[in-house]
Write a protein that binds this ligand. Structure first.
Ligand SMILES: NC(=O)c1ccc[n+]([C@@H]2O[C@H](COP(=O)([O-])OP(=O)(O)OC[C@H]3O[C@@H](n4cnc5c(N)ncnc54)[C@H](OP(=O)(O)O)[C@@H]3O)[C@@H](O)[C@H]2O)c1
Length: 257
């Protein structure tokens, strides 16, 4: 198995934590995002020089034709990849009634179409290795829609069903497909959601934070590294018999099983 991973949104937040976690496990990582990351953050992980194992591809996952050509070229020159992490920025928060049709189109392009293009590019070489890990970072909203996240709730359900369907097609080839569902995790995305809620509900940021924390049995927000360590397990040989699941990492917040 080639320890090579493509990590979408691998420059910040949860994706960055996954990049660092997999670098620490000896993977070579290609991180995708629109802006250049601060490369010094990826130079050394746990005292080991990882500079020559980290690369970055600057691309907008909303531009399907660019994603398609860039990823095919990438696989041809630097493949084969054994891990694909589908992850990028969440759709803008807001009520579903206020969402424009374009907001749904954009979210579909970025979260479903981009995933599909990436999967079609990496799966042939995963099949030839008889090993592959496709992990989609979605949201607990696939189990329990979250208030004030109209477009996000809608698009996450589409990704979850796309993923489940894919998992059944790819299982015979040693390729697993799973969804990790983060709860409230300390990144810029969470900050944006809290500020949006504070504005909409005319409350202070600290009041909104306290309300959110009161719904989390563990009483705290997640660290991005806590999501990354779960992803790392799903990438491993040890997780070979797990496929087609939604795995919440949410401190117990989701009310359903
Ligand atoms: N944090 C939470 O509490 C939480 C909870 C549940 C679910 N989630 C979901 O988990 C995912 C990651 O969240 P996060 O908190 O880590 O977000 P984040 O801190 O905002 O990071 C998002 C990453 O995706 C990249 N990205 C965004 N839009 C992109 C695009 N169009 N093309 C390419 N790259 C793009 C960003 O880099 P650039 O901006 O440079 O492109 C960045 O690297 C999101 O889908 C989010 O909704 C987060």
């Amino acid at each position: 198995m080639h320890k090579k991973a493509i990590i979408c949104g691998g420059s910040q937040g949860i994706g960055k934590a996954i990049s660092l976690e997999l670098l620490s496990k000896g993977y070579s990582v290609l991180a995708i995002s629109r802006s250049e990351p601060d490369l010094k953050d990826f130079k050394t992980v746990e005292g080991v020089n990882t500079e020559n194992r980290f690369r970055h591809l600057q691309i907008d996952l909303n531009s399907s034709s660019l994603v398609s050509s860039a990823i095919q070229e990438e696989c041809r020159l630097n493949g084969p990849y054994s891990v694909l992490i589908n992850n990028s920025g969440g759709p803008l928060p807001g009520s579903i009634m206020q969402a424009t049709p374009d907001a749904f189109r954009k979210a579909f392009e970025q979260h479903v179409i981009a995933n599909q293009i990436l999967v079609q590019a990496v799966v042939p070489s995963m099949k030839s290795q008889c090993f592959g890990r496709i992990i989609n970072i979605i949201s607990t909203s696939v189990k329990q829609p979250l208030p004030g996240l109209g477009v996000s709730n809608t698009i996450r359900a589409a990704v979850a069903n796309w993923s489940k369907t894919l998992s059944r097609e790819l299982a015979p080839f040693g390729i697993t497909v799973n969804n990790v569902l983060p709860g409230a995790t300390l990144t810029s995305r969470l900050k944006q959601i809290i500020e949006n809620k504070a504005n909409t509900e005319q409350k202070s940021v600290s009041a909104i934070e306290a309300e959110m924390l009161s719904e989390i049995p563990t009483g705290r927000f997640a660290k991005p590294e806590e999501i990354a360590s779960v992803v790392s397990f799903l990438c491993s040989e040890a997780a070979s018999y797990i496929t087609g699941i939604n795995l919440p990492v949410d401190g117990g917040r989701t009310l359903s099983l």
